[in-house]
Design a protein. Structure first.
Length: 508
């Protein structure tokens, strides 16, 4: 049986449910599977940072003005929209943010299905790809107990690749721009889409130019909307400095040896995707096989780029992988490669099912039963780890936040450094937009704040905060600038409350 991916394979639903039902059924399935982990997981630093920024945006303070950060702002916009809608019906801010993240995660599964189906012209490949994606533990655990800043990135990446495969160039450019507005390195997507639009459009040259301009228009539309928004709210300079200038001039992730560039992705993949690393490896191997097959079919790399619907996926996947080697610090840094790996593994399962049906299971019902068993196995693989590792830590974290509230009293000022989750749970605003002091932030603070770090510290001291809370762990505690640490040691008593180091003003 031929393994030509351009040849449609037999579909599980060829004589079953109509095609349009696949997307809503997968969406409902994904929501149900991800909800197994629950909404009560501990609110950690990254989730707290973006939830706090969205919380402040709903209250009228724009991102970057309330929260310094080095990423682009779209995640905060989306969370703020969900939080605003939740507030209209009395839903807690954090629950609204987590529900929004969960809905986006469900759409990610549908987008992976659509991508696999469009590339291979096989609903079976799309189904296997979506269910393979569903098994990725880190993504699933954060789906309901996030929110994570890169969840929407996965959706935008998959949708852009899907639209590019269908040569819907304007929309592919727009989706790629949304990905870049979630995380800057994703700007590779609209760049590749622009090249493909020009090369994959039939002559004459005027039509090629129009296709390239369509991608450009799709990119500029959301970008212009974001620029206009920040200009109107008076935060355009802060947005530029946070999302662009800081990354070019100030960011510092510390020394990383050449060996660590290779070891870190392996370590975090094994840590964040226990058991699923087999799917990731086999999916990657299948992408390499697909590269070889499509190049051979095209005859040359130039012809492959100029005509093949797989070009977007197969060009961007290694570019994303190379970026991962450059900067990989947590399991979530694999997010933008997850759709590609899922599609590769989905193709492998579809080929396996096709081979079994051709050699062993001759009857149609037997073939469908075998495919159904594979699907159920993938769903069980997704549900098992989420059920057994589910967290119920949020109630205790809320109780600890209330303990901090009691220390503050009715009029006390709370200052946090690397503890944004405490701000979310207490519904307080930080007196400074600098919520953390890692990755070169003190250098930027020194250059951007009046009087530098000393001036900033003087203004914080003038507020006479009753409580100063910091995150625990070396990445947060050891990053506190020395003058700040000396101030805390001299004027505050330190205690631990839950996941926070809490400094209470002496005599209070």
């Amino acid at each position: 049986m031929s393994s030509d991916p351009s040849r449609p394979g037999p579909s599980l639903a060829a004589r079953g449910a109509p095609h349009w039902l696949a997307a809503p059924l997968l969406f409902v399935l994904a929501i149900g599977v991800y909800a197994v982990y629950g909404f009560q997981g501990e609110l950690r630093f990254d989730q707290g940072l973006y939830t706090y920024a969205a919380q402040q945006m709903v209250q009228g303070v724009p991102f970057y003005a309330s929260t310094f950060d080095a990423k682009t702002p779209l995640t905060v916009f989306i969370l703020a929209a969900g939080m605003w809608a939740g507030n209209r019906v009395g839903v807690d801010d954090l629950l609204a943010a987590r529900a929004t993240n969960l809905l986006i995660a469900g759409l990610c599964v549908v987008a992976v299905y659509a991508l696999g189906q469009a590339l291979f012209r096989s609903r079976r490949v799309g189904l296997f790809a979506a269910l393979s994606f569903l098994t990725f533990y880190t993504f699933g655990s954060y789906a309901a107990s996030g929110p994570r800043d890169k969840t929407f990135l996965v959706l935008a990446v998959a949708v852009s690749l899907w639209l590019g495969a269908r040569r819907r160039w304007f929309w592919a450019g727009l989706a790629g721009a949304l990905a870049a507005l979630t995380w800057q390195p994703a700007a590779l997507i609209p760049l590749v889409m622009a090249v493909l639009a020009v090369l994959q459009t039939d002559a004459p040259a005027a039509r090629r130019l129009r296709s390239g301009l369509a991608v450009l228009a799709g990119v500029l539309l959301p970008l212009a909307a974001v620029v206009v928004y920040f200009a109107l709210v008076g935060a355009l300079r802060l947005a530029y400095e946070g999302s662009v200038l800081f990354n070019l001039k100030y960011i510092d992730r510390g020394p990383v040896s050449p060996l660590q560039h290779f070891v870190n992705p392996i370590h975090w993949t094994l840590t964040g995707y226990p058991g699923q690393w087999i799917i990731l490896v086999l999916g990657g191997v299948m992408l390499l096989a697909l590269w070889a097959e499509r190049l051979e079919a095209a005859g040359s790399f130039g012809q492959f780029v100029a005509a093949d619907r797989f070009a977007g996926l197969l060009i961007l996947s290694p570019l994303f992988a190379l970026w991962s080697l450059r900067d990989f610090g947590s399991p979530t840094d694999l997010y933008f490669l997850l759709p590609s790996f899922a599609v590769g593994f989905g193709w492998l399962l579809a080929l396996a099912a096709q081979a079994v049906s051709a050699t062993v299971l001759r009857r149609h019902w037997q073939n469908n039963a075998f495919v159904a068993m594979l699907c159920l196995a993938l769903i069980a693989t997704a549900v098992g780890p989420l059920y057994h590792q589910r967290e119920v830590k949020l109630p205790a974290e809320r109780a600890n936040a209330q303990r901090v509230e009691q220390l503050l009293g009715p009029a006390g000022v709370l200052l946090t450094i690397s503890a944004p989750e405490l701000l979310v749970l207490t519904h307080r605003a930080n007196p400074t937009r600098f919520l953390y002091m890692v990755f070169g932030t003190p250098r930027y603070l020194e250059a951007s704040e009046p009087g530098g770090l000393a001036g900033w510290l003087q203004r914080m001291q003038a507020l006479h905060p009753r409580v100063v809370a910091t995150g625990t762990g070396p990445n947060h505690v050891d990053s506190i600038p020395r003058p700040v640490a000396e101030w805390l040691a001299a004027e505050y008593d330190r205690r631990s409350i839950g996941i926070w180091d809490v400094y209470v003003a002496k005599g209070k």
